[in-house]
Write a protein that binds this ligand. Structure first.
Ligand SMILES: [Ca+2]
Length: 354
């Protein structure tokens, strides 16, 4: 009788304990799947494997694991920052916040010591090491490996110099995977700069910037590279030009090699980028243009592959979009085959390896 009572008590105790354990996983949803916040999705060996993958990626805040197909989805938000309506019903799915899991699940990487968003913690012998986005050479490779990667700043490792560099990736335009090398949209950054500045890059990757000729040259020399120009006028008309061939000679010339464009930008007379094909890069303190009596960069303000002088001057002065810059219209942010001398609102230049 006493033994039966003891066994019964023990069973009840265990049940209570089990209930408490379950209730502790308060941020877990069974048969629910979070929609629209995925970093990437991958097939794994089991649920713990999925949790470990999340621990290794600093930007990961929660996971959706499905025991039916062993698919593991990593999300960049946790349940505290989403609404319950953002979950869909999915048989076999388990959602959980990463904070609900003990660090031991991920071993040495559990406390996520890799500070940069672009770094991953990788198990290494008895400890860990921080790796820079798996050392991908450009945005195209990041996109290939992480199909759900979003627009933003990523660390890459340049293929030749092995230099680790932050770049801005456009992961949405025409399939994404574009490394952006020039972005202007509000005139907050001064583009009237000297040759050294254009060689090394300037501005902020979170805002307006020029990536730098040295980096552009190296990245675009890894293989056959296409270049895309995206422009928006003051009336919000957006056009693009696509060049199937783009590369620069090494410095200090950084001579442009580019083919004719396809796309929607070249709607008026004028030659666009091919006018600048075969010309070195000039700045006000490095006149390498084809004009004997004029320093094109001093006249047109920004650095460019000036001939005599420009059909395209997208590093020119950012004046009120939709207006023609006074005195010298060509010194505005212009692309003549699109809007003539009218200064544009947004300019984005980017490249992608084929
Ligand atoms: Ca000249």
């Amino acid at each position: 009788m006493t033994l039966t009572f003891l066994l019964l008590s023990l069973t009840v105790f265990c049940m209570l304990k089990n209930t408490r354990a379950l209730s502790q996983i308060s941020k877990e949803h069974l048969n629910k799947r979070l929609v629209g916040h995925e970093i990437y999705e991958i097939r794994v060996n089991g649920r713990h494997d999925c949790i470990r993958k999340c621990f290794f990626l600093p930007m990961c805040k929660s996971t959706d694991y499905n025991g039916h197909d062993h698919m593991c989805k990593l999300n960049d938000v946790d349940s505290t920052s989403v609404d319950i309506t953002e979950f869909e019903d999915k048989q076999g799915a388990v959602f959980s916040d990463i904070t609900e899991w003990p660090m031991a699940t991920a071993g040495a990487c559990g406390h996520r010591p890799c500070s940069e968003e672009q770094q991953r913690c990788l198990p290494h012998k008895n400890t860990y090491r921080c790796a820079d986005t798996e050392k991908e050479p450009d945005c195209k490779e990041i996109k290939r490996k992480y199909p759900f990667a979003k627009d933003g700043v990523y660390a890459v490792q340049l293929w030749l110099s092995h230099q680790v560099k932050s770049v801005y990736c456009d992961m949405t335009t025409d399939g994404g995977g574009w490394t952006v090398f020039q972005y202007r949209f509000n005139g907050s950054v001064n583009f009237t700069r000297n040759f050294e500045s254009y060689t090394n890059g300037f501005g902020s990757l979170d805002g307006e910037f020029w990536l730098g000729l040295k980096t552009i040259q190296e990245m675009a020399s890894r293989g056959l590279t296409v270049m895309r120009v995206d422009l928006t006028a003051d009336d919000n008309t957006a056009v693009f030009a696509l060049h199937n061939y783009f590369h620069l000679d090494k410095g200090p010339a950084f001579t442009l090699h580019i083919d004719e464009a396809t796309g929607t930008a070249d709607i008026n007379t004028g030659r666009g980028m091919p006018y600048h094909n075969g010309y070195p890069f000039s700045t006000f303190d490095a006149d390498r243009d084809d004009h004997d009596t004029v320093n094109c960069a001093a006249k047109n303000l920004g650095g460019w592959w000036f001939k005599s002088c420009a059909q395209v001057n997208l590093n020119g002065e950012y004046v009120t979009p939709g207006t023609v810059r006074p005195t010298i219209g060509e010194a505005g942010m212009v692309y003549k085959p699109f809007r003539g001398m009218e200064s544009l609102k947004i300019s984005k230049l980017m490249f992608r390896m084929i």
